[in-house]
Design a protein around this ligand. Sequence first.
Ligand code: PGA
Length: 236
Amino acid sequence: MKNFIANWKMNGSIEVLETYCQHLASNQEHLTDSMILALPALYIPMARHYLKNTPVAIAAQCVSAHNDGAYTGQLSARMFAELGCSYAIIGHSERREIESIESTKNQMLQCIHSGLKPILCIGETLQEKNEMKTIEILTSQLQPMLTLEQQGHDIWVAYEPRWAIGSGLTPDNNEINIVADWFKGLSAAKFIYGGSVNPDNIENLAKCTLDGFLVGGASLDYNLTNQMVSICTHCS
Ligand code: PGA
């Protein structure tokens, strides 16, 4: 079984969420706690209500690097934990545009202190890939996670090449396996892939040395989600 993390980003509406959750709740054949929904923060209480009799877990899409204080508009890891979240995506490339590596480390620490499991995203740009700098870039992004893992904390890592996100492009399986092998040589943590995953390519991608998928665009549609979750349930 592979983990399936749906990242809605800033998409959806109350109506879409209601329908999606009702479908999930009434068709639980493939559902396990390996399915994780990363929703816009405002929708989390409603999703928790609709999904209360399902094993689906909820994730924050990002958290503040701070515990509490005068940080207008920010939301803390503790607040997400209070709402019943179990995970938080940290360092998504869409956040790294405005966040430093130091900030992602502090966000992971906030998650750990609040009982949320961080899912750290790492990934290179197309230019970095073409310049053969993939491992160098991933190493710098991974370093804070390795330090925390050495201290005994369990952090998942999502490899999301920036050029693959929302582009319809993915690395080939050999390229993913090279990164997966590099990662497994450094860490015992779960290793997830994200970037243009959809029902047509997920079965092939699942042949890679991966523990699961982080899916954006294709996870907004319940029928596509159901197809992908069903494939993940049957994969070793
Ligand atoms: P995508 O997004 O599946 O739409 O490419 C993945 C992500 O950004 O997590």
